[in-house]
Design a protein around this ligand. Structure first.
Ligand SMILES: N[C@@H](CCC(=O)N[C@@H](CS)C(=O)NCC(=O)O)C(=O)O
Length: 369
């Protein structure tokens, strides 16, 4: 177990069916860092977190010395820098970059399909609205049926139909998920984790969409059972893994079966990120974009994702020259290079997100802002 005594007690405020809370829990378990999960309570926690962190998003972490933290990506980077032994980011610089790219993609691109499966289908919306109303809003003095309805309207309006998905694009969004399952089924039939015999940050990031969404919500869970049982095994394997007990090694190089994931990043995710940059630069809080054969209408812009692109560029620029050449070749092969650098300058706010993980400036998607 890592000796985090000076940081204890670590309290993770979130929900036990939340995407990013689930990612953080997988991280703490794999690194064997003790934590207590506490359900956020609304509306009270909103004001408290806005004051402490500058914004309210889930999860929020409180350290024993009273400091609050936000943003799983930066929180994990902070813990990894504080406890570098047996870390989750491979030493090989090319693998390291790919690992960070996969993290960003798992965080940002799979959010929408995960929310779609949860809130579009009555069985998902019924389960999740009941659960969240009871977990997060037990003291709100309105009837349960109203709370559940409010949650459904908020989540759909914020993250599914309100974030670009139309009746015409549902089939395309679901095809993305089916394709991902095929790709991951091949990977996890070959080896236990994305980069070999030990978990990496890429596995932790993929636990965001999978642990509390795809492998929990009724509709996608049944699809996984039927089509991708090796993925279901991986979800449980990761949850039950402890880095300190892992004797396995990471692979050498980038395995060929990661190629299809990179192709999808280059043809779907990064072109979407570029369209988001255009929208932010133009001050359009909504935009239309067609990527990877799926048309999104009135997607919400995200200032946070402009910063994510900047982060990916910084990770690349921080690589040693020889590794930069190798990464560039790989990214070019999978259509990722051009969109990564398409915009010469990025429309960031002054000092945007420089306070992370102790203070945030923008939410991933500014619903209700
Ligand atoms: N980049 C953030 C994203 C966190 C996030 O967006 N969490 C969702 C819930 S899982 C949220 O708080 N959404 C804000 C809202 O619904 O108001 C992270 O990595 O922690």
């Amino acid at each position: 177990m890592i000796d985090t005594g000076r940081l204890q007690p670590i309290v993770l405020h979130g929900s036990n069916i939340s995407y990013f809370t689930g990612k953080m829990e997988n991280y703490f378990r794999v690194r064997d860092i003790p934590y207590e999960l506490r359900s956020m309570q609304f509306p009270g926690d909103r004001k408290k977190l806005e004051k402490a962190l500058g914004l309210m998003q889930m999860p929020a972490l409180q350290l024993g010395d009273g400091r609050w933290m936000t943003d799983t990506t930066k929180i994990i980077q902070w813990f990894e820098a504080s406890y570098p032994q047996n870390g989750l980011v491979p030493d090989d610089p090319v693998q390291r970059f790919v690992c960070l790219l996969l993290e960003d993609w798992a965080d940002e691109w799979w959010w929408r399909p995960a929310m779609h499966y949860r809130w579009h289908y009555p069985e998902g919306a019924h389960f999740a609205s009941r659960h969240l109303a009871a977990e997060l809003m037990p003291h709100v003095p309105v009837p349960g049926a109203i709370k559940r309805l409010m949650l459904r309207i908020r989540q759909r309006g914020g993250y599914t139909t309100g974030d670009g998905i139309t009746t015409k694009s549902v089939a395309g969004v679901e095809d993305l998920f089916l394709r991902l399952l095929g790709q991951l089924q091949a990977i996890f039939s070959d080896r236990p984790f994305v980069f070999g015999d030990r978990p990496s940050l890429a596995d932790i990031a993929l636990s965001g969409p999978f642990f509390r969404h795809f492998a929990l919500d009724p509709v996608p869970l049944e699809i996984i059972r039927q089509r991708a049982p090796a993925v279901l095994e991986w979800v449980a394997r990761l949850w039950n893994s402890r880095m300190d007990q892992c004797t396995g090694e990471w692979l050498q190089g980038i395995p060929d079966d990661l190629g299809p994931l990179l192709d999808d990043i280059g043809n779907g995710y990064l072109p979407y990120v570029c369209a988001n940059v255009d929208a932010v630069a133009a001050g359009n809080s909504r935009f239309d974009v067609e990527v990877g054969g799926v048309a999104y209408r009135h997607a919400r812009y995200s200032r946070y994702r402009v910063w994510c692109l900047q982060e990916l560029r910084s990770h690349y620029l921080a690589l040693p020259a020889q590794a930069q050449a190798g990464v560039r070749e790989l990214l070019e092969k999978h259509a990722c290079w051009e969109p990564l650098w398409r915009h010469q300058s990025l429309p960031l706010l002054p000092g945007q997100e420089q306070g992370l993980p102790f203070r945030g400036d923008t939410k991933m998607i500014g619903v209700n802002e």
